[in-house]
Design a protein around this ligand. Structure first.
Ligand code: ADP
Ligand code: MG
Length: 237
């Protein structure tokens, strides 16, 4: 395991490829002084890099992940993914950017209860228009890769927690994203299932050369990542 210096530049020799985070801060206004949640976060990751960020509850992990995934904007600082600053895009371009370049896996699977496993993976395609035969084939292939070939027509209620999270991983990878973000992906799972999910995530992300960033308070999950950073009170350590 190698530690990663927060300011490391070795990881991204070329700023136009990979994920570059520079001095990101996030504050929320309050009636008194602003609540500062992120205090100048900087790092760079190259395609294929896998990073776990570990820290206690309330340290700002989800806030950082949401900014990396463009679900939330920083108060200051910059984010670029393969040379594109998503926060300079129009709302429409930003939605397209997020849908095509970023995959999310949350603690809770966020599957649609009325859709079966295959349909839930295909949901990822809806934002980009219709779903065709090739999409259906790819979704079925991804379900096979996460070990759920025989569960394609099962509803989420008919799947175990670990199986639901595998569907969520397949959905996150459906559009071949450049960046896969995971927020406590094993937080609802037992240790054994969590290990299986962690292995799947790291293997499939490596296979597609996506950048994988997971935030977690699980030391066991973080151990599976070649690179680790700590987050304490809005700062990387
Ligand atoms: P973690 O994921 O590490 O548990 P979060 O990023 O969710 O931490 O939250 C960090 C801090 O930011 C917490 O104190 C939380 O209350 C605060 N926070 C998060 N989102 C908001 C928001 N939308 N408005 C105000 N405060 C927020
Ligand atoms: Mg969180």
């Amino acid at each position: 395991m190698t530690a990663l210096s927060p300011q490391s530049s070795v990881l991204s020799p070329d700023a136009s490829s990979g994920l570059v985070i520079n001095n990101v801060t996030k504050e929320y206004p309050t009636p008194a002084e602003p609540l500062v949640v992120l205090r100048g976060v900087s790092f760079s990751l190259a395609p294929g890099d896998r990073l776990a960020i570990v820290g206690p509850s309330g340290s700002g992990k989800s806030t950082l992940l949401n900014i990396l995934g463009t679900l939330d904007a920083p108060t200051a600082g910059t984010v670029t993914l393969n040379g594109v600053d998503p926060f300079s895009l129009s709302a429409k371009e930003l939605a397209k950017f997020r849908g095509s370049r970023v995959g999310f896996v949350f603690q809770d699977h966020h599957l649609l209860p009325q859709c079966n496993a295959l349909e839930n993976v295909l949901i990822a395609r809806l934002a980009s228009g219709g779903v065709n035969k090739l999409d259906a084939d790819r979704a079925a292939e991804l379900l096979q890769q996460v070990g759920l070939r025989d569960r394609a027509t099962h509803l989420p209620a008919e799947l175990s927690g670990g199986e639901r999270q595998r569907v969520a991983i397949a959905r996150a990878l459906m559009n071949s994203p450049q960046l896969v973000l995971c927020d406590e992906p094993t937080g609802n799972l037992d240790t054994h299932t969590g290990r299986i999910i962690g292995e799947l995530l790291t293997r499939l992300a490596a296979q597609s050369q996506a950048i994988l960033v997971a935030v977690t308070h699980s030391a066991a999950l973080a151990e599976m990542f070649p690179r680790k950073m700590g987050m304490v009170d809005g700062k990387l350590t």
